[in-house]
Write a protein that binds this ligand. Sequence first.
Ligand SMILES: NC(=O)c1ccc[n+]([C@@H]2O[C@H](COP(=O)([O-])OP(=O)(O)OC[C@H]3O[C@@H](n4cnc5c(N)ncnc54)[C@H](O)[C@@H]3O)[C@@H](O)[C@H]2O)c1
Ligand SMILES: [Zn+2]
Length: 401
Amino acid sequence: MNAVRECAYEIIEAADIFNPANPELGRLPDGRECHSTRLVVMDETVEKIFGEKIRAYFELTGISVEYLTLPGGDDHKTIEQVLRVVSRLTEIGTDRVGTPPIVIGGGVVQDVVGLAASLYRRGIPYIRVPTTLLGQIDGSVSAKTGVNYEGCRNRLGTFAPPPRTLIDPALLATLPVRQVRSGLGEALKMALIKDPELFGILEQHGSRLVADRLQDPGARADGERPGATVIRRAITGMAEELQKNLWETELRRIVDYGHTFSPIVEMSALPELYHGEAVAMDCVFSAVLAARRGTLPMMQLTRIVATVNRIGLAPSHPMFGDVPTMLRALADTMRHRDGHQHLTLLRGIGETEFVNDVTDEEVAGAARVMAVLARDPHACVSELCATTPTTGAPPLVGAVR
Ligand SMILES: NC(=O)c1ccc[n+]([C@@H]2O[C@H](COP(=O)([O-])OP(=O)(O)OC[C@H]3O[C@@H](n4cnc5c(N)ncnc54)[C@H](O)[C@@H]3O)[C@@H](O)[C@H]2O)c1
Ligand SMILES: [Zn+2]
């Protein structure tokens, strides 16, 4: 027997999404019509900010819905939250195809509801409305759902892409700047692995993008809209990569850049570090590794660290400077890659290679550079790379500037 399952899903830009004149939020996949009640799951903060508008939308459009509110934040990405969603779906009597739930919130509630939908009745469709930058440029394209379990990130999860994802960049206007920066960490990853033009925008407009929450207020006379361009290029880049390998049967994935050393740090530091913050640090760690190997030009490493700083992200954290933690992180990620490093390293900004021969000494050397960057984010990274030995004490902060 050989059965093939086709998978198609849409990511649609839907401006002014909570305006009842815009039919996108209520629309079902495949032009179906819905005659019974649907579940709308909202993130707690989203409910506070947009709850009234969302309720008015469904009242005015005459779509019958029930609500569930869930907390955001990675410490709430748990199996218990998934079961809460499942119970609510059962209570409402959600059908298999005709009443897909809608999830409105950040990456955490998206992952929780996605997992619940993929388990309920062995899998039902659902609709995603991401409301964070990270959710819009990364989670929105992904086919994956998941929750953290027993201290491991996304240890329980499924592949279950929703048929429709709706993107309204205006929803980002209410995000705290720290969340915007975290989202830009994923945009930076995409820029580094395949999009030098996107990197140029982050390098040039990093701090303004954060201050404006990517809203491009008073679009400039030259028509330049860096915020909109970042969102579009990051989504397109991610979609191009995932389409080739949606089910991850190939474990060498350049989109895993920034996700090799970060998972352990993120889980150990929870809730201190946001996902995109840890990803940006991992991007720097991996760039330091490549620069010390001589494959990434030092000048480009310097630009990467400067851009991270310009966005307002920290290039490092003490845990990235801890050699045993970094070695454990690599070993754990290798288990996720069937025993291989399959490490994406940069040959330049926008150019990558896979390597499997990074030694413990190289990891230790990069960690020592990161230890200094954690204390002094503006230390001269190229000099640090040139002068930091793989063993012994790291140089004193301020010794290299
Ligand atoms: N499935 C995937 O492939 C995939 C991809 C990327 C990220 N993720 C997951 O996403 C999670 C991180 O997502 P996140 O950064 O969106 O975190 P999050 O969902 O915790 O949201 C961050 C915070 O922003 C608040 N919030 C949400 N929308 C808001 C808005 N419009 N205005 C103001 N506040 C708002 C939330 O309440 C929360 O406190 C991680 O668990 C990560 O693993 C999954
Ligand atoms: Zn990520």
